[in-house]
Design a protein around this ligand. Structure first.
Ligand code: F0G
Length: 451
């Protein structure tokens, strides 16, 4: 059979309702044209993020009922711990409330002012947490990863020559760790090859520097490796996942992505000394080492979610459905980041609105137009999100697909609405920021439309 179906049936439904154009206009103005400020009930199809927005399975909900809420040494903690150990082989495993809590602890333990942390592309919270520690976050993705139209199969790869040069230029003392984000969210949800992960490992070994993964979407990355990397198609996703983790010294994970849960995170480390320091910080601000700011039931949901995400029928459907939306947009002549990412399709807003320059936020203009048109919420990933000292290479609008939530007809509707907006793209207006905080401004800034 050629049709790829959702490998589940629906047991519980959540109604969604269309709003009138007048209602959406009023909601937009109230929100200062910032889609993060909308009330979710005013959104019909929510593609703001794939983070914490997935649907849990009946097995996860039943695991929740088995949650052990003991303060210390809860049975649920051991279920969570044993699952992560089995999947990753990394011996020190801390639960955290989400990915950025893992990041904050890791960078506080490892970095000092003046340090440099290289990554393919730092996600926004990762960059902010590196910088919060006083270190500098440096993006070293390969050149193909900076060009929307390149169809390189592993556009998330790190540029190994640039990494080597960095070590030569600044010296290993200034580089406390090297990170690699799999898949590379800020670069278009693009995968990193095993070959590239091995090459980064080799550089780190030569210089005696620890190597960490930002492994939020480790299973989606492994699926791409199985599909695209020579010699990998006969291996199971589980084996590939294990090799990804075998190659690193630790990882931060937001379980809100490939953990298939609505809240939760993980910090993985090899090495007793660093794990000890991280545990102390965890206790200071998150909670005891056996719950890390979560309830026992959350740990149960993660233990089950990290198992389900490795099912290959799920991954096949997951990555196929993202590609399905991408194909519809591409066929209508809309430029997207090629090839389609794992968790999201990224529309190239500069190509969509060539009449709107980067400093008038073309991505924000497209995202606002899509909400106006059809109640769809997407997210600007461009100058609004990253426009500090170093403007981003691309102006994108991200359509992130929540896991196991929307059906094919929802996605058909999203494609149709985008095509409608595309047909009248010359009418879209640039925007200006009227109010913004000093960091992570995209969450709370307010905008006005230019005339
Ligand atoms: N790293 C990556 C690559 C991410 O995509 C995210 C979150 C984080 C770290 C932080 O995890 O949200 O659990 O604290 N990404 C979400 C997104 C928010 O919309 O892409 P968190």
């Amino acid at each position: 059979m050629k049709t790829v179906i959702e490998p589940f049936r629906i047991k519980v439904v959540e109604p969604i309702q269309m709003t009138s154009p007048e209602h959406r206009e009023a909601a937009l103005r109230e929100a200062g044209f910032n889609l993060f400020r909308l009330h979710a009930e005013d959104v019909l199809i929510d593609l703001l993020t794939d983070s914490g927005t997935g649907a849990m399975s009946s097995d996860q909900w039943s695991a929740i009922m088995r949650g052990d809420e003991s303060y210390a040494g809860a049975t649920s903690y051991f279920h969570f711990h044993d699952r992560l150990l089995e999947i990753t082989g990394i011996e020190h495993i801390l639960p955290t409330h989400q990915g950025r809590a893992s990041e904050r602890i890791l960078f506080e333990v490892m970095c000092k002012p003046g340090d440099i942390v290289p990554n393919n592309n730092h996600f926004d919270t990762t960059r902010a947490n590196v910088e919060h520690s006083g270190a500098k976050a440096l993006d070293l993705v390969i050149d193909e990863g900076r060009h929307a139209e390149s169809t390189h199969p592993f556009k998330g790869n790190m540029d190994i020559a640039k990494l080597e040069r960095l070590f030569e230029d600044v010296g290993r003392e200034k580089i406390p760790l090297v990170m690699l984000t799999i898949t590379n969210n800020s670069g278009g949800g693009q995968p990193v090859s095993l070959e590239n992960i091995r090459a980064v490992r080799a550089v780190c070994d030569r210089h005696g520097v620890p190597f960490f993964l930002d492994a939020c979407r480790f299973a989606e990355n492994a699926w791409f490796i199985k599909q695209r990397e020579p010699g990998q198609s006969n291996r199971s996703v589980r084996e590939i996942v294990r090799e990804q983790f075998d190659l690193c010294d630790g990882a931060t994970i937001s379980a809100k992505k490939d953990g298939l849960v609505n809240i939760g995170g993980v910090l993985l480390m090899r090495g007793h000394a660093i794990a000890q320091r991280a545990s102390n910080l965890l206790i200071l601000t998150e909670g005891f080492v056996s719950y890390g700011g979560l309830a026992g039931r959350d740990l149960e949901a993660m233990a089950q979610g990290f198992e389900e995400v490795l099912h290959e029928d799920y991954l096949h459907y997951r990555i196929y459905s993202t590609g399905y939306l991408a194909a519809k947009l591409r066929d209508a002549g809309i430029a997207i980041v090629e090839p389609a990412g794992g968790h999201a399709v990224y529309v190239d807003a500069s190509a969509f609105c060539p009449h709107i320059p980067a400093n008038q936020y073309p991505g924000q203009a497209v995202a606002v137009a899509l909400y106006r048109e059809a109640g769809i919420r997407t997210c600007e990933i461009g100058t609004v999100m990253f426009g500090g000292e170093t403007p981003p290479a691309m102006e994108l609008v991200r359509y992130a697909i929540p896991r196991r939530v929307y059906t094919q007809s929802h996605i058909d509707y999203v494609a149709e609405a985008t095509i409608e907006v595309f047909k009248r793209r010359e009418t879209l207006k640039g925007m200006r920021i009227t109010e913004a905080p000093p960091v992570l401004r995209h969450f709370t800034a307010r905008f006005a439309e230019l005339e």
